[in-house]
Design a protein around this ligand. Structure first.
Ligand code: URA
Length: 209
């Protein structure tokens, strides 16, 4: 089981700003972007490398380059805000959007979009979703990727609830989960406490709470 909650001071500082209810949508989006850069950096620290000979302007040397291809699987809508930052770190990564919304009564994911066709072009896929709440969307996303033929899957989120982490790691103990914080609990509507509200609404300025 691998749950890693970042202890990086920049992550904690930016997360504090993100949680504030007076943080405006554009600053919120900026913070999601910056936090994603930092979390992707941490979540990719075990990617495999291979040695290669290159010519510098002065002589030949050995360098190490990535030997694993990385892909991103953002869960719509809130995961969209993490994509640009993820691509800033790995510009050639494959991106597969996974469209799911939460049924407000059952809190179960309802899938409405995915294009996981052909052979996966990457070896490792990182699911991007700011909130790991009940964990059901994350479990569904891992199932979709595994069915497509991806064996190494990681989850990168900003805030998780213990219920969500237990659900995801209970179903898939081999999935590494990277978060900026693990909060106290879910409320009866499936929101994370203390959390930050609805991550999609806060990024795009829509109101639902
Ligand atoms: N999704 C959100 O955006 N926020 C929560 O607190 C839970 C799920």
């Amino acid at each position: 089981m691998s749950l890693r909650v970042s202890r990086h001071p920049l992550v904690q500082h930016k997360l504090g700003l993100l949680r504030r209810q007076d943080t405006s949508p554009w600053i919120f989006r900026r913070l999601v972007h910056e936090l994603t850069l930092l979390l992707i950096y941490e979540a990719t620290d075990d990617l495999r490398l291979r040695s290669e000979a290159v010519e510098t302007p002065l002589e030949q040397t050995e360098v190490r380059t990535l030997s694993q291809r990385v892909g991103f699987a953002p869960i719509l809508r809130a995961g969209l805000g993490m994509v640009e930052a993820a691509l800033e770190m790995l510009p050639t990564a494959d991106v597969r959007h996974l469209g799911m919304y939460r049924d407000h009564i059952t809190l179960s994911p309802v899938e409405y979009y995915q294009r996981l066709t052909g052979t996966p072009p990457a070896d490792v896929y990182l699911i991007l979703d700011p909130m790991l709440a009940t964990g059901q969307s994350a479990v569904h996303a891992v199932e979709l990727l595994r069915r497509w033929g991806v064996s190494t899957v990681k989850f990168v989120g900003l805030i998780g609830a213990p219920e969500g982490a237990d659900c995801l790691l209970g179903a898939f103990p081999d999935v590494d989960v990277h978060l900026a914080a693990l909060d106290r609990q879910l409320n009866s509507s499936g929101y994370i406490l203390p959390g930050l509200g609805d991550a999609g609404d806060r990024q795009f300025g829509t109101i639902s709470l």
